[in-house]
Design a protein around this ligand. Structure first.
Ligand SMILES: Cc1ncc(C[n+]2csc(CCOP(=O)(O)OP(=O)(O)O)c2C)c(N)n1
Ligand SMILES: [Mg+2]
Length: 796
């Protein structure tokens, strides 16, 4: 294939210049009164300038998707600028308010970032799962008119220390991943250090073991030519044996240092001396720095020569800080060029003062030719890389048979089972996934109906051998459940990929992931990034809290309700009753599809039209269900976060506010308290998260002049007399509901779980942690003193 190497070489220089100037401008020229260093990772960026120029300006197609190594963000923005997709204004504000982001951001950057990166390792795995999702979508017969894309990750070599990459690799092997490229920037430097010798061999073996093609780009074309000269074999052997630290140090030191070292070590061997001596210092440095990852012809050949579908790992030898004065220095990670160094660089690039942002300033080729080339770059040919998909209509209500006594987890399984009966577009777009807890989170009946997904059909041997089993685990391309291995990071990254399908594949999915509540912590960073890139999914976490009792102390979750409140982009709920869950799940299917403008609703002061993901914290505890009619008003309140299960009277002294599986304790306590305290109220809190968010938003709105703004919780508590005490109770950290007292100035005694790991029966544990009826009554007595509550002593 003929490439316009001449042009690409020019633009590669320009990319490095623009990225360096962007960083320099942010650090030295823009007014910065904070005293905090802005940074910009000049060296980390520079090592990818060649590879990214080749990719974006030649190799990639609009359907390809890229996760860019976080610290290569300035290079990414520079390329987008050349392609007319990034503005000078945003580059001038790099790392500043509303400027181009430090790390590529799908939601905060304007220049079409495919995957947000920043927490190393996550973006890499996201590409793998995105290619699985692409296969899923196409196997279901959707999006076939679009060409298949390659999912590409630009990976720092030290980034490969992150275990989640290998968890993904293993999963990818199981699922037969295709169309995935991981391009390793093998600059042999991390943040603090120079990497261990011979790492590339471990990588090579590892990737090959998992069925990937491995392409090693070690020598650039100058080096390859030099190796063919007399004495070239000696030079090659020296390079191969040179330790990483020494190579980096010599790159930093430059031509004269290379000469001295090479002459000292191999210079008495005849031909090789001539090879060295016939080159000037700068020619020698150019030769020694000409590693594969900085050599456009090698890079282009490697990319264009790769197998069209096979997952491929490219190990590209590079120099951290290539082309800059800090090249190769082990301390260069956060290094910045000084103004004096920048001046030297400017002159070398022939950029005149005042023309730093000019696209073609200082380049040799005519501007028209360069612009014409940029206008025809295949990657930029389709301006709508970010796709959309219509909302899938959600039924008005989800049918389910509610048993007299039922756990929310059982209710969830029953709801999914019912959805699984249907064949509407809605039922077909639901996709579930679970990290080896499909059955124990009650997805079994749904999977029996809809099957497991695999690109190739695979029968359930137990079934074909006529061995009875509750589960029918047949794999097929039409299956709607993606069974994962245990790694929770994979669950969240897959949910992130599934939850972006409307935008990446132009085909909407309604993803549901299930896991045990405590293991949210195991994948928390991936969950955070999934929300950060605005992926849309429903997370069902069950069992939860200490209510899983017999399941053992090691599986208890305490902090998760607080995570649910604090996680941006995630609306969390903890229903107690299955009719509540039914309403919430229906709402969730609609909510995850919304993408409207962020105007707050006057009702609850939440911006529901913008949508987001949803977290449901469920329980395995069977509790007696309430026989009631679900009115539209009740349904609305459940979604808004709370409703009065027993409305307080005008002289109310005590309100018990509960969340989730401790509902029976709250009800029992209220029954007892009511005998000695007047007008008691029972507040069912279905979502501390949404209640709290609405309250915060309404206060802010009032502070900004909207005097009428009232949140749902403010309305609920408006008529509760000021002297009334609130006892809150949750099987989770007590802080989850402790803020309720601040809404209207009531005293609160928050009950909950603070310590981890005690095993026992439900009654023993509730008592031990102080969330049983007795503890609620005792708290009520303390907070609303008066006549002793008579049953208090009578309780065990
Ligand atoms: C999860 C996570 N931990 C730590 C960091 C801080 N950090 C940023 S870059 C880096 C090392 C990068 O080394 P490498 O991946 O080799 O990239 P290079 O700078 O060489 O291009 C570290 C530790 C981070 N961004 N994310
Ligand atoms: Mg590195």
């Amino acid at each position: 294939m003929v490439h316009d190497i001449e042009i690409l070489r020019e633009l590669e220089k320009k990319v490095l210049w623009l990225a360096s100037w962007t960083i320099h401008n942010a650090n030295h020229l823009r007014e910065n009164t904070d005293g905090v260093k802005v940074g910009g990772h000049q060296a980390s960026s520079a090592s990818l300038a060649t590879i990214m120029t080749a990719l974006y300006l030649d190799v990639l197609r609009p359907q390809d998707r890229v996760a860019v190594k976080p610290h290569a963000s300035p290079i990414f923005h520079a390329i987008q600028y050349l392609l007319g997709k990034q503005t000078q204004q945003k580059l001038e504000a790099f790392r500043g308010y509303k400027g181009a982001q430090s790390y590529p951001s799908r939601t905060k950057d304007a220049d079409d970032v495919d995957f947000s990166t920043g927490s190393v390792g996550l973006g890499v795995a996201q590409t793998l799962f995105s290619s699985l999702v692409q296969d899923y979508v196409r196997a279901h017969g959707w999006g076939l008119r679009r060409p298949e894309g390659r999912m590409v990750a630009l990976v720092g070599d030290a980034e490969l220390d992150e275990g989640n990459i290998f968890e993904a690799l293993l999963e990818g092997w199981k699922q037969g991943v295709r169309n995935c490229w991981w391009i390793i920037d093998y600059n042999r430097q991390s943040l603090d250090a120079v990497v261990r010798e011979g790492l590339w061999e471990r990588y090579e073996q590892l990737f090959k073991n998992f069925g990937w093609d491995v392409v090693i780009l070690k020598y650039g074309s100058l080096q390859q030519a030099a190796f063919k000269e007399p004495g070239g074999d000696k030079l090659k052997a020296w390079i191969d044996n040179c330790p990483n630290q020494l190579y980096s140090a010599l790159v930093f030191a430059g031509g004269a240092a290379w000469r001295k070292r090479l002459i000292d070590e191999i210079g008495d061997q005849g031909d090789v001396s001539k090879l060295i001596e016939k080159r000037s210092d700068s020619e020698l440095a150019a030769l020694m720095n000409n590693l594969g990852g900085h050599d456009l012809p090698s890079v282009l050949d490697a990319f264009h020569g790769a197998h069209p579908e096979k997952p491929t790992c490219f190990i590209c030898y590079t120099v951290k800080g290539f082309g800059l004065p800090m090249a190769g220095h082990k301390d260069n990670h956060a290094g910045l060029m000084t103004p004096a160094q920048m001046e030297v660089f400017r002159k070398a690039m022939a950029v005149q003062p005042g023309h730093e942002w000019d696209k073609f300033e200082g380049l040799v080729l005519p501007a028209e030719r360069l612009q014409k080339f940029l206008d025809r770059v295949p990657f930029a040919a389709d301006p709508t890389r970010r796709l959309g998909a219509p909302e899938i209509e959600v039924p008005d209500s989800l049918p389910v048979t509610i048993q007299p006594t039922m756990a929310t987890q059982t209710g969830f399984g029953a709801l999914l089972n019912e959805i699984g009966r249907g064949d509407s577009d809605f039922a077909q777009r639901v996709v579930t996934t679970s990290p080896d807890v499909t059955v124990s989170t009650n997805l079994g009946p749904w999977v029996n109906r809809r099957g497991l997904f695999a690109r190739e059909k695979m029968a359930d041997i137990f079934k074909s051998e006529h061995i009875p089993s509750t589960f029918n685990w047949e794999f097929s391309p039409k299956g709607q459940h993606i069974e994962l291995g245990i790694a929770e990071m994979n669950l969240f990254i897959l949910l992130s990929a599934l939850g972006l399908s409307h935008s990446i594949n132009g085909e909407r999915l309604l993803p549901i992931g299930t896991l045990y509540d405590p293991f949210i912590a195991r994948g928390l960073d991936a969950l955070n990034y999934a929300c950060y890139q605005d992926a849309r999914f429903i997370l069902v976490a069950t069992p939860s809290g200490i209510t899983l009792a017999g399941e053992g102390g090691a599986h208890q979750s305490i902090a998760e309700p607080l995570i649910g409140m604090a996680q941006d982009g995630l609306a969390s709920f903890e229903p107690a009753y299955v009719d509540e869950l039914t309403v919430i799940l229906r709402w969730a299917f609609a909510y995850i599809q919304k993408s409207g403008d962020g105007e707050a609703s006057e009702r609850n002061w939440l911006r529901d039209e913008t949508g987001g993901s949803v977290y449901l914290r469920l329980s395995t505890r069977p509790i007696e269900q309430i026989q009631r009619k679900m009115t539209p008003d009740l349904a609305q309140q459940i979604v808004d976060g709370a409703y009065w299960l027993r409305e307080p009277g005008p002289n109310c002294q005590i309100v018990v506010a509960y969340t989730g599986a401790v509902a029976p304790e709250a009800i029992a306590a209220i029954g007892l308290i009511a005998e000695d305290r007047r007008d008691v109220g029972l507040l069912a809190v279905t979502s501390a998260d949404r209640l709290n968010a609405g309250w915060t938003a309404a206060q802010r709105a009032r502070e900004r002049g909207l005097a009428h703004a009232r949140s749902h919780i403010e309305r609920l508590l408006a008529d509760v007399p000021p002297h009334c005490g609130i006892v809150s109770v949750i099987d989770g950290h007590p802080a989850t509901l402790a803020w309720l007292g601040a809404v209207a100035g009531h005293r609160v005694r928050p009950l909950g779980v603070e310590h981890f790991g005690q095993t026992g029966s439900l009654a023993q544990l509730y008592r031990h942690y102080g969330i049983d009826a007795n503890a609620i009554v005792a708290a009520a007595q303390a907070i609303a003193p008066g006549r002793p509550i008579r049953h208090l002593k009578a309780l065990p």
